[in-house]
Design a protein around this ligand. Sequence first.
Ligand code: HEM
Length: 491
Amino acid sequence: MWTAQLLFSCLLLLLLFVFILLLSGRTRSKREPPLDKGRIPWLGHALEFGKDAAKFLTRMKEKHGDIFTVRVAGRYVTVLLDPHSYDDVLHNSTSLDFSRYAQVLMERIFHLRLPQYNPAAERAAMHKHFHGESLARLNATMYRNLRGLLESDTLPDPTRWKQDGLFNFSYGLLFRAGYLTLFGARHNNKNGPTDIYNAFRTFDGLLTKMARTTLKPEEKREAESVRKRLWSLLSPARPGEGAAPSAWLQGYLKHLEEDGADRDTCTRALLLQLWATQGNVGPAAFWLLGFLLTNPEAMKAVKKEFSDIPVAADVPENLILEKLQCTPVFDSTLSETLRLTAAPFVTREVLTGTTLHMANGQEYDFRQGDRVCLFPFLSPQMDPEIHREPEKFKFDRFLNVDGTEKRDFFKGGRRLKYYTMPWGAGRNACVGRHFAISAIKQFVFLVLSRLDLELCDPESVLPAVNASRYGFGMLQPDGDVLIRYKLRDLL
Ligand code: HEM
């Protein structure tokens, strides 16, 4: 009996060993990028990658150069870090696919499987609503919501100092205003947007672990419970309930229903859209305001530019929004902020084996089933050959001496098409970019012109970034910085 059990256990161990060997067995062919499997079978570099992807990929770049393949939890990921060669990946939509990995994340994070997933149609619909006249209407609604919330948040005594963390202040205000603008006020309960914001922050805090499937058991339970809470808070309104959502969201829900999605699927899709539309704007505004508060010269320049724009309550908002169109100093400050703090991976799945033609003439084969990943945060954004002293915030980095936008940046003596890439690029670049820029600009304008706002401790420095968020869009701080604010009297 004992011998049989021992034999069976040995056999199992042997099978496991063979399985691991099979998975570890990949070798590099001559035409493929350098391969770095890491020491741990199957897992490869997963732990280091998840802990601080920027640090890990910098180490790999020093070891292998601008292109290499690493093993991460059983998958092989080819990382490309030469911005001169990015177009060859971005324009190859025949062999390199955007939507498969997006679907993996949709299932892992939102437990969402759409009856028919058609990213091209969704993108086209979104493009229609976030451009031209429709965008102008959304911007105006956003402005009214931001101004209303900014003022009501200072109540009951608007001229008394209130204290908050800058991250919570920026994220909270932009999230609630964005939610009201796009999703509509379907809660007659005035705390609706605040309840959703609070639940969303818990969800957002677990997001990277959900995506990597590394939640601990108690975190799994927390994720499950907060996801359910968000679903119940978001479930689509029945006719006559609360104010209508934006034309974009109405169209999106109608399209889902026509595709055969049931009510549960629609609710899950709403949480996905809440994340896509609200998850990055607040953190971006936090960094921008944080850089201004800790860089007096930049604050002075942005305030000077805004000082020409009237803000009194009786000024028509379309005049304010029109004046906010031409703000080169603010635009440079925003580009510089995003250069330092936008760190998405641009990921594609290799559908069929294909060849990458690098700008330097070298060619590399990609294997079917692998992933390809660009990480523009390392290059161009933090590349010292492109941006001098890349770790420093310089509000005028994207300004020419004559005050126009600077677009000339070089690497290897050649002018770059991509010198910063916070919005991604190519066919799958961010569709909400113009709405996001307008929202952040409105927020900073309103805060600087309607509030007295200062650091509680004038010597405060900005918190370090939370290194586990590299690859997931806007970075977030590890901690917060205390501010105080009150409504300014308008003379
Ligand atoms: C600071 C704020 C934002 C940043 C930094 C940002 C960044 C990005 C990036 C990098 C991508 C491309 C991902 C890839 O290629 O894999 C993307 C895609 C996308 N973004 Fe944004 N985004 C922001 C705000 C917004 C807003 C406000 C909206 C909507 C109102 C939005 C809607 C989308 C959508 C729908 C896509 C997917 C496009 C597609 O399917 O091809 N984003 N965003």
